[in-house]
Design a protein around this ligand. Structure first.
Ligand code: ADP
Length: 458
């Protein structure tokens, strides 16, 4: 049965019927002469049976074809779950097997495709850069998680035009240029999101595998705000250092040249030597402060287990003793105000240096005859505050914001005259950070300033 087609079986049945009819007529004729009506009846019966067999076979054939067609349609729609049971006739079996083989193959391909897709998506998600793929109409084909943090794109934005979702003219201009360009495009652009960010965008064309036409663009986005800021800080820093060193060195050179002249009187020689000495001291202070800053920047945060327990009152008393000449030269009194016997755990050298810088600033910049207060108190949330308060001229808000930057000075001339390097507060900030703390200032013009170091209680 499995080896034969439906046509073969129906043909065979018809043939057998014809043979039976023939045999019947021969046997009937051997007994007595056959009536014409009998022959006609046998032929009519034969024709009727043949027609019935052909009808049944055709019905079966179409029914099987309908089943095969419906299943083929189901496969075509992508529903590859079912398979066709072979109907038992060779032609239909062959067709069913071919369709089942095709479904198996499609199922394997689809599975592979889904696996590839998941792999690609996982790859895209694991990349820290934002990735967007757009078609030639700038409709979003795909984007990764990083893009939502850089641009705020959401998965449901897929299929929408980039211009409908984003109001970022530089990015949209980049995409337009990228789609028109044969090669990769690389450009730094600015976006307005998150207070304005600097983004490095790279566009790579998507090429149609058949026609070779450019059909879209993959855009890689990297937030380079911090890197660019660091780069510009590094450039600014280099030019600041050169500028700061240039002034005292020019002065040393000038006075050294004068010293080389013949016939100078003793007093001029002495004056020249003093200026040279003072300026080399400035250079040496700048270099020492720069070295200290670089050490602090490269040092890891202090290990809490290796910190010294320090009495704040003792630190303040030592500072007052160390700077008593400067204080008396400017007629400034110092008050120490400490919460009981408050102790801190800190690196003693660093913390004395930070407080020393703040105390020296207060002595230098405060108005003569006023009082500087050194305070230490415990704050809620396990924090300790060390404060240096003066009754000086105060600092305006615009300067306060930048005061802890390197080489930032409110009054450059006054700072120089006082032997300042412009690095003292930058060092204070780094020492505070080094102790997992922070440094800050609050000030009112005409009233004075309060510099604070906040340390975690350990
Ligand atoms: P400098 O070596 O110039 O003192 P700092 O980094 O210590 O450098 O201070 C930066 C600037 O901050 C100073 O030049 C000064 O203009 C201002 N400043 C610092 N402390 C005070 C203060 N107590 N009162 C007023 N201005 C201050």
């Amino acid at each position: 049965m499995h080896k034969r087609s439906l046509h073969w079986w129906s043909g065979l049945v018809i043939l057998l019927l014809q043979v039976f009819a023939g045999v019947f007529l021969i046997q009937r004729a051997a007994k007595e002469p056959i009536q014409a009506a009998e022959v006609v009846a046998v032929f009519l019966g034969l024709i009727t049976f043949t027609a019935a067999i052909i009808f049944v076979a055709t019905q079966m054939h179409w029914k099987l074809m309908r089943v095969l067609t419906d299943t083929a349609r189901q496969f075509g729609r992508g529903d590859l779950r079912g398979r066709i049971r072979p109907p038992g006739f060779v032609d239909h079996n062959n067709l069913a097997e071919a369709l089942n083989r095709m479904a198996n193959l499609l199922d394997d391909r689809m599975h592979q495709l889904r696996t590839d897709q998941l792999e690609q998506q996982a790859l895209m998600e694991s990349i820290a850069s934002g990735i967007i793929a757009v078609n030639h109409e700038q409709r979003i084909l795909n984007s990764n998680e990083a893009t939502s943090s850089i641009l705020g794109l959401l998965p449901e934005d897929r299929g929408r035009k980039l211009g409908e979702v984003l109001r970022e003219p530089e990015l949209l201009g980049f995409v337009t240029d990228g789609l028109a360009c044969d090669d990769d495009l690389n450009r730094d652009i600015r976006i307005y999101r998150r207070g304005g960010r600097e983004i490095n965008a790279v566009g790579h064309p998507i090429i149609d595998s058949k026609s070779g036409d450019r059909v879209g663009l993959v855009i890689l986005l990297d937030d380079v705000t911090r890197i660019r800021k660091l780069e510009s800080m590094r450039t600014d820093f280099a030019s600041n250092v050169s500028h700061e060193l240039k002034t005292p060195i020019t002065s040393v050179r000038g006075y050294a040249e004068t010293l080389l002249e013949e016939g100078l009187d003793e007093e001029t020689k002495r004056h020249c030597a003093q200026v040279i000495f003072r300026n080399t001291e400035i250079v040496s202070n700048i270099i020492n402060d720069l070295l200290e800053l670089s050490r602090l920047e490269h040092a890891a945060e202090v290990d809490p287990d290796r910190l010294d327990p320090l009495e704040t009152k003792a630190i303040f008393t030592r500072l007052v003793e160390l700077h008593k000449d400067l204080a008396s030269a400017r007629d400034i009194k110092t008050e120490i105000n400490v919460d009981r016997d408050l102790m801190i755990r800190a690196d003693s050298r660093f913390i004395e240096q930070a407080l020393g810088n703040l105390y020296q600033n207060a002595l230098r910049y405060a108005t003569e005859g006023t009082t500087v207060t050194l305070e230490a108190r415990q704050l809620p949330h396990r924090q300790i505050e060390l404060r240096v308060k003066d009754e000086g001229p105060g600092i305006s808000l615009e300067h306060q914001k930048r005061l802890f930057e390197r080489f930032y000075r409110v009054d450059r001339a006054r700072s120089r005259e006082m032997g300042g390097t412009g690095l003292g507060l930058a060092i204070v900030k780094h020492i505070a950070l080094h102790h997992a703390g922070e440094a800050s200032v609050s000030s009112e013009l005409g009233k004075g300033s309060v510099f604070r170091i906040l340390l975690p209680e350990r």
